[in-house]
Write a protein that binds this ligand. Sequence first.
Ligand code: 1CP
Length: 355
Amino acid sequence: MATALKNDVFLRALMREPVPYTPVWLMRQAGRYLPEYRATRAQAGSFLNLCKSKELATEVTLQPLERFPLDAAILFSDILTVPDAMGLGLSFAEGEGPRFAHPLRDETAIRKLAVPDVGSELQYVFDAVSSIRKALDGRVPLIGFSGSPFTLACYMIEGSGSDSYSTVKTMLYDRPELLHHILDVNARTVIDYLNAQVDAGAQALMIFDTWGGALAAGKYQEFSLAYMQRVVAGLKREAEGRRVPVILFTKGGGLWLEDMAATGCDALGVDWTVDLGAARQRVGSQVALQGNFDPVALMASPSAIEAEVARLLAAYGTGTGHIFNLGHGIGQFTPSDNVSVLVESVHKLSKTYHL
Ligand code: 1CP
């Protein structure tokens, strides 16, 4: 039997239950802005080695929790381990972004794409989940995650990050049936992958749709949202006698919050372009909201950071259902003292909103 949670404020806020303060965690909270992360990464030799070693992945997952009183931990891994398990050949060249040796560029390769056996290809991720849960010893809940079927397809088709996503979008307009085939395989894989993370001990799940916001109105619903909805419908929603909440995050998805809330997820991640109060009114009591703080504001002075925290807490207003987070990942040049200011101001200033 797993250890009882000592701090479940994050899980309760996701379920829109009363909490004593607004919980906070940060997208990419384990990462390059921390010198101890850079040291462990150097010890691992490469980013992928770091992901594949359960001891080192556990160590870096816990690093931000040693510095800041965060209310959740997130599995240290990457969304791109999934296409790697499908045989696309992931590598991270030093100082560059991710690259695939075999991107999906022709119909033959696309038709051959199949759901991998996650139990053999991605066992290292599930081993990391179990190891992190053990090390956390009930301190805070552990979030498991995956990329959305569409965001994974962007990397699988482009072969790397991209500014315009023109290869994937050209396929969308010229050969939609090919893109639908990739998305179908991705959705089935993501369901297996996330359910196995829950079996290994993940207590909440987040789906990162980082590039869904690049799609045209209508195309977002057809090529990204519909597949996230399928994923949500296929997930185990209870483990260890408790709900496993699911958070959907489409960066740039502010216009589509009502559609996202209707997928059956428990919470939406929002970037900094939305007004949190207006977003809350739009989704009503359907889902909780997470995010909204502009990560670049963490480069500003402590007083400006505190003022911005106060503004976002006031924008959400009283009551539960808010999880404080950034609107996207933390930048690598962020001063760690500013992260302390952020986390401490959220805890301090949010109490009056939960009386
Ligand atoms: O050089 C390094 O040390 C690697 C930097 C790095 C890190 C720290 C990468 C490469 N991935 C990660 C970890 C990571 N990635 C986590 C776990 C850590 C945590 O949150 O604390 C998570 C949840 C991700 C998710 C991820 N990877 C997303 C979705 C979220 C988001 O930020 O939008 C995406 C799009 C990726 C792809 C990726 N992995 C790494 C890079 C540099 C990128 C972006 C590539 C690009 O499009 O340019």
